[in-house]
Every structure is written in C-alpha cells, then in structure tokens.
Design a protein around this ligand. Structure first.
Ligand code: MG
Length: 157
C-alpha cells in the first residue's frame, strides 16, 4: 500500500524551526497549534493514507488544547503504533522538503536517523530530499515551508 502526505506552514519569528524532529534554527519557526513540524505532519498523513486511516487532523484536532505546542514526534509515535495495530509495517519513506533557507545539507542525515528511529525501520529505508523553490511562491518569499512525503506499507505476515 502506498500513501501520500503534504503539509505546509507559515513562518513566525521567535520559535524554533522543527523538521523531522530536529531543531534547524531558533530564528524562526512555524505558526502552528503544535510545534509545527511540517515534515512529521506530512509523514503522518502519508502513513495514515497508506493504511486507509484518514488524516492527522482527525486524529489530533487543533481545537484540542492538549496539542498546544505539542511535540510532533509524539504524533508520529502514536500513528506508527496505530498502523502496526492494524497489521501494517513500513517498507520505506521518501520525502521532499521545500524550503528557501537555511540549507538543510548538514541536517538531512540527522532527520533520516530520527525518523528511522521513530518509525523503527533502518535508515536506508528513509530518504530525505531538500530543495528550494527557486525564489517563487510562498516558499520563495520566505513565508513558509512545504513538505511532500510518500511511504509504502506492507501487511505483516
Ligand atoms: Mg501541519
């Protein structure tokens, strides 16, 4: 089963930028009810999509005060447990982060490691790609970030 996820968030100053559970900078982060980890939100939707289990907004409503400034890695842990309880395991994850700056070259391996640990799969099964939007659109204007994520699940034997 294949699942796809997308997320985007607007930036604001004075909040850490979290991507895949890794703090990228303290200068600006994402406007969000939770910690705004756009990567993890897109990944959660990909996993839920592959399992036919809806989306992250249904599971963790932003009207629920318990999720204010919530650590998104906890969303991911819960969703991995959920899909496993439905008889699925993760084959691989691929992702594209669209961000004008800062450059993510030095962070990509850290993100892969963190996601592989949270999803309990080898690092080789987690791919992270990063690109700018060539100055175009909301990403190009440094207004926000977008992440696309795809995953494959298999039914456990
Ligand atoms: Mg989000």
């Amino acid at each position: 089963m294949v699942g796809f996820g997308y997320d985007s968030h607007r930036f604001e100053e004075g909040k850490p930028l979290m991507i895949g559970g890794i703090k990228i900078t303290d200068e600006f982060g994402c406007v969000s009810h939770s910690d705004g980890d756009t990567f993890i939100h897109a990944l959660c939707d990909a996993l839920l999509g592959a399992a036919g289990l809806g989306d992250i907004g249904e599971k963790f409503p932003d009207t629920d005060h318990i999720y204010e400034d919530y650590d998104s890695t906890l969303f991911l842990i819960e969703i991995v447990e959920l899909i496993e309880s439905h008889g699925f395991s993760i084959v691989n994850i691929d992702s594209t982060i669209v961000l004008e700056k800062p450059k993510l070259i030095e962070f990509k391996e850290q993100i892969r490691r963190e996601i592989s640990e949270l999803c309990r799969i080898p690092m080789a099964r987690v791919n992270v790609k990063a690109k700018t939007n060539e100055g175009m659109g909301f990403v190009g204007r440094l207004e926000g970030i977008a992440v696309y994520c795809i995953c494959e699940l298999k039914e456990k034997q």
